[in-house]
Design a protein around this ligand. Structure first.
Ligand SMILES: [Zn+2]
Length: 246
């Protein structure tokens, strides 16, 4: 999956938009380089000159790309020493570009574990604290979701549903944890749903969570959410196996 590219520029915008596009492409290339070479925190990137030659770009475009990656915490420029990789995992939290390019099987599994820990508690609390209008909001959101083809928009609805649950749970820390997970969750869900033949099971699992919340059943909601998150992990596993083999 790729993040949407810039829309077609109007004539007046061309020079600036063009420069931005080049630096975005270079930033993607650098992310690809980090991944391909298995660079980790503290590893040094090739010099500016080497990168300019490697990607055939100007110093300006390269510096722009490095600035973008620097401000999102992927790399760090130590003046006089070079450019170094910071935590590549930080991309999970604040992805500037093509997040999917950095996701490994391990990243997906980490998301699955984090979801199990956070979201079953979220569902339990939500069932205890949901107001009637919360329940109606969840039901309406889910009804809309059912009519969508399972693509990026479906993914957005799914993510939104899980974020609304976190809000309904009424715990500011858990909500923040879900906000941190948001982008990774989106990548995770899209990876699965966009490749599934049908999403009936997923929708039934949501129905079970929402039904438990409607009857204000914390344990039931917790179980239903655990079931959903574990099944989601299983579905993802199948997709990954089909995609990359083994
Ligand atoms: Zn879901």
């Amino acid at each position: 999956m790729t993040t949407p590219r810039l829309s077609r520029p109007t004539v007046a915008q061309v020079p600036r938009e063009k420069a931005r596009q080049v630096s975005e492409v270079v930033a993607d290339d650098i992310i690809g380089y980090i991944k391909q070479h298995g660079l980790v925190r503290g590893d040094r990137l090739p010099t500016e000159l080497e990168l300019m030659e490697r990607y055939g770009v100007s110093r300006t475009a390269l510096r722009e790309a490095i600035k973008v990656l620097g401000s999102s915490g992927v790399i760090e420029v130590r003046h006089g020493h070079g450019t170094f990789v910071l935590e590549t995992q930080s991309l999970i939290v604040t992805p500037p570009l093509d997040l999917g390019a950095l996701f490994t099987r391990q990243t997906y599994m980490d998301v699955a574990e984090a979801r199990t820990a956070i979201e079953s508690e979220v569902a339990k609390l939500a069932a205890g604290r949901a107001t009637e209008s919360d329940v109606q909001e969840l039901e309406a959101l889910h009804e809309q979701m059912k009519s969508l083809p399972h693509d990026a928009e479906f993914t957005d609805y799914d993510v939104k549903l899980h974020l609304v649950l976190a809000r309904v749970a009424g715990n500011a820390i858990l909500l923040q944890m879900m906000e941190v997970l948001r982008q990774a969750l989106s990548e995770y869900i899209f990876m699965t749903v966009s490749r599934l033949q049908n999403v009936e099971d997923l929708l039934h699992e949501h129905d079970a969570v929402i039904a438990a919340i409607r009857r204000r059943d914390p344990e039931g909601a917790q179980l239903a959410m655990r079931h959903h998150v574990q099944n989601a992990a299983r579905r993802l596993e199948q997709v990954l196996n089909a995609e990359i083999g083994g």
